[in-house]
Ligand binder design. Structure first.
Ligand SMILES: Cc1cc2nc3c(=O)[nH]c(=O)nc-3n(C[C@H](O)[C@H](O)[C@H](O)COP(=O)(O)OP(=O)(O)OC[C@H]3O[C@@H](n4cnc5c(N)ncnc54)[C@H](O)[C@@H]3O)c2cc1C
Length: 513
């Protein structure tokens, strides 16, 4: 397991490269570090937790390996690009195994749908449950490709730090019906209620309510179809370890248990950070991968902020949170797919409770992850590792998770035992929980939101906290709470934006002192 400081830093005094400090070691922060290292910076990543990865932290417990967060790996080319920047090949360090089906969707009435990247198999599945919607499904997919080409390829790594950038893309957004929600676009093309759910739940994987999030997120369907869904051998943690290895290979350092208390500003320019233990680290540029709302509210003094004031941060809309139960079983459930979506009796109404009313409902829809379907080494022989997650409201619900957490877990366990995992109660040998309170207390996420600012049109692109801070020079933001948004493709793209807004280290070297 990776802990604490990983390598001895090259003697900083002898190293004349400009210094970049990256706050946080989530995928956005690690990708930013690699890109800055490739552009001539000496990089120090400072992470408050005792291991890197952020939401992708790894828990090892009783012989089981649990990836805490992301498990659906799409857009492998974004990882390959980071390895290539270091003159290496991703495949030499991490094996990405394709997962089929991408998801098995199980409806409340028992109906199942295998969602995959195989065009013929998908047509057959759609024809089986919604024979009248096959053509509509194909049209939806073609639309998804058109949105991908603009929303991801042309705009995903653009800075959006001038309002004119927004004006420039407005015609494309209108042409692609970006003013619609994900749900509305699916409804335009298909009429079967179950197929509509199948084509819209993916936006939840990046914290977006399909009934409120812009239809730009329909690009996920094409992204998955074109590049597939993968799982890394050894778990998502292998990608984290691989990225840390790249940073170290560039002469950078990842320091854990090094929480930042304050971003230092000198004459309107970020000049370094002060750690919680009082140590200061000077820097030529500072990149924050911490939650954007948290960065502005807690790390950058109010006197330096004009746009992201405390009042504006309070007023903004935040994504849902998650309740996650990680557990290991003494037996295997070989008939279960790697990713199962177990839907409850309500869809729109449940999401309304979570996102709008912010009440914890009695029913739930669950995502069950069984990594041992793809890599059995993540559990002892004959055992299965799992996590199940339930979307829940963020902390504005007022739920006391220390009080209701165990009761909620038992309700989920009972449903899993009834629907998917017979004999579960007897089979569980290890267990741990992650609640919205942990998102706030451990990961410093404002309101305990699992995906930062909610990805609605009025909080996207220019309207989101910019990658090049609007507040002070020399401060940059990467990760889920900045442009383009949450999910691994989003946060890796946010690091890509740095290539256009951060000066090359050589330019800083030439700057007069
Ligand atoms: C349970 C779960 C499942 C998910 N599943 C998927 C999936 O299957 N596929 C997918 O693409 N996405 C998935 N996501 C979303 C994806 O994981 C996140 O959007 C992404 O990992 C966030 O990365 P990030 O760069 O924003 O950083 P984060 O992972 O949020 O990391 C930020 C880091 O900053 C650190 N930090 C905060 N404050 C400070 C400070 N003051 N000083 C120092 N360090 C600090 C934190 O400790 C943390 O390590 C999932 C998320 C969750 C929670």
């Amino acid at each position: 397991m990776l802990t604490l400081e990983h390598v001895a830093a090259p003697a900083a005094q002898a190293d004349r490269r400009p210094h970049a400090v990256v706050i946080g070691s989530g995928f956005g922060g690690l990708a930013a570090a690699v890109r800055l290292g490739a552009r001539g910076y000496r990089v120090t990543v400072v992470e408050k937790l005792d291991a890197p990865g952020g939401r992708a932290l790894v828990h090892r417990q009783d012989g089981f390996t649990f990836d805490a967060g992301p498990t659906v790996i799409t857009a492998p080319f974004l990882f390959e690009e980071l390895w290539a920047l270091c003159g290496r090949r991703l495949a030499a360090d991490v094996e990405l195994r394709p997962v089929t089906p991408f998801y098995r969707v199980v409806f409340d009435d028992g109906e199942r749908f295998d969602y995959s990247g195989d065009a013929a198999a998908m047509r057959a599945e759609v024809a089986r449950i919604a024979p009248g919607d096959v053509d509509g499904y194909e049209r939806f997919l073609a639309m998804s490709e058109r949105i991908f080409k603009v929303g991801f390829e042309a705009l995903g790594d653009q800075p959006f730090d001038r309002w004119t950038d927004m004006a420039r893309v407005a015609p494309d957004l209108i042409r692609l019906e970006g003013y619609r929600t994900v749900w509305s676009l699916a409804c335009k093309h298909v009429s079967d209620p179950r197929l509509r759910v199948i084509l819209t739940f993916q936006s939840l994987l990046v914290g977006g309510n399909p009934f409120a999030t812009t239809s730009v997120y329909c690009l996920i369907a094409f992204l998955e179809r074109r590049w597939g869904v993968h799982f890394p051998v050894g778990g998502t943690g292998s990608l984290v370890r691989g990225l840390v290895g790249l940073i170290e290979g560039q002469g950078g350092v990842v320091r854990c248990r090094a929480g930042v208390a304050q971003i230092l500003v000198d004459e309107g320019r970020a000049s370094g950070v002060r750690l919680e233990n009082g140590t200061t680290i000077a820097a030529d540029i500072v990149v924050s991968n911490a939650d954007s709302a948290w960065t502005y509210k807690h790390l950058l003094g109010a006197e330096h902020r004009r746009r992201w004031t405390d009042a504006r941060i309070e007023r903004a809309r935040y994504s849902m949170s998650l309740f996650v139960w990680y557990f290991g079983t003494r037996r295997r459930y070989d008939e279960l797919a790697h990713h199962t979506i177990l839907l409850g009796p309500r869809y729109r109404e449940l999401l309304g409770d979570i996102f709008d009313k912010k009440v914890l409902a009695d029913d739930f829809s669950l995502y069950l992850h069984r990594p041992t379907a793809t890599d059995p080494a993540l559990a002892p022989p004959g055992c299965d590792a799992f996590y199940v997650l339930s979307p829940v409201p963020h902390l504005q619900s007022g739920t006391d998770w220390s009080e209701v957490g165990e009761h909620y877990r038992q309700a989920i366990a009972a449903r899993l035992e009834e629907r998917l995992l017979p004999g579960l109660g007897e089979a569980v040998v290890t267990s741990r929980l992650l609640t919205p309170q942990d998102f706030q207390d451990r990961l410093s996420s404002f309101r305990g939101a699992a995906f930062g600012l909610e990805p609605v049109l009025t909080q996207s692109a220019w309207f989101r906290p910019h990658n090049r801070s609007e507040e002070v020079e020399g401060l940059y933001l990467v990760g889920a709470g900045t442009h383009p948004g949450a999910g691994l493709p989003g946060v890796l793209s946010s690091a890509r934006v740095l290539d256009s807004v951060v000066p090359h280290a050589d330019q800083l070297l030439r700057r007069p002192a």
